[in-house]
Design a binder for this molecule. Structure first.
Ligand SMILES: [Mg+2]
Length: 225
């Protein structure tokens, strides 16, 4: 194993069809009887823990650890329901790329995501991708995305019994937060414009490479070299 890919989920591997946002709205309504469209919330690239805290502070005025936990539990339940929507899909080229990496003896892959581990399993399990990622870093590990990288690296090293060098680690995501969190561990960064950010906006954050999408799987693998 020489190369390690660490994937973001939403806007990078999949589009949940709005299931994440609706799951948050439903959890707020069911647990706290609060209706909020969350249109004020800039949550792209943030961790679920960060998001839960921001919403409860905004809507309740405070966010105790107990309320955050209650909210997140209700969110996971609603998320599992909401993934059953016709817009939920795997993004172009992704299914082919992650399957091909499974055949490569020198490329490994895991997750580096702001989702809770259980949320990642719900989203990727629903779309048939969960089995490709034996380890990862999740919102359970840290509130701030920049702190997730070392957890993902440690688990990858332990799983494969090797030490991946930062120059051969690629953090792949759709927001400036993904690029920053890759740079925080000295990794290379692939940015993809299949989320909320255009390739121009992503390029301004100087990732190693920018893709419109991953439909051209040959271009993806070429960029690893
Ligand atoms: Mg994302």
């Amino acid at each position: 194993m020489k190369t390690l890919l660490l994937w973001d989920i939403d806007g990078t591997l999949i589009d949940s069809g709005g299931a994440g946002e609706r799951g948050l709205q439903l959890a707020l309504k069911r647990e706290f009887a609060i209706e909020d469209t969350l249109s004020w919330l800039e949550y792209f690239g943030r961790t679920d823990g960060w998001i839960a805290r921001a919403i409860l502070k905004h809507d309740l005025g405070e966010a105790s650890p107990e309320d955050i936990q209650r909210f997140l539990n209700a969110y996971l339940k609603a998320l599992a329901e909401e993934m059953n929507n016709p817009q939920a899909c795997v993004l172009p080229g992704v299914a082919e790329i992650v399957a091909q990496i499974g055949q490569h003896s020198d490329i490994a892959q895991g997750l580096l995501t702001g989702n809770l581990r259980r949320g990642a399993e719900i989203k990727l399990g629903h779309l048939g991708l969960w089995a490709h990622f034996p380890y990862g870093a999740f919102a359970n590990d840290a509130v701030h995305r920049d702190e997730l990288g070392p957890h993902a690296l440690r688990r990858a090293n332990a799983y494969h019994g090797v030490t991946f060098v930062p120059e051969r680690v690629f953090v792949i995501g759709d927001t400036p937060h993904d690029i920053a969190c890759g740079k925080a561990i000295g990794a290379r960064t692939f940015a993809v414009a299949t989320g909320r950010y255009s390739s121009e906006r992503l390029r301004a954050h100087t990732p190693t490479a920018v893709f419109e999408n991953f439909a051209d799987t040959g271009a993806f693998f070429a960029a690893l070299n």
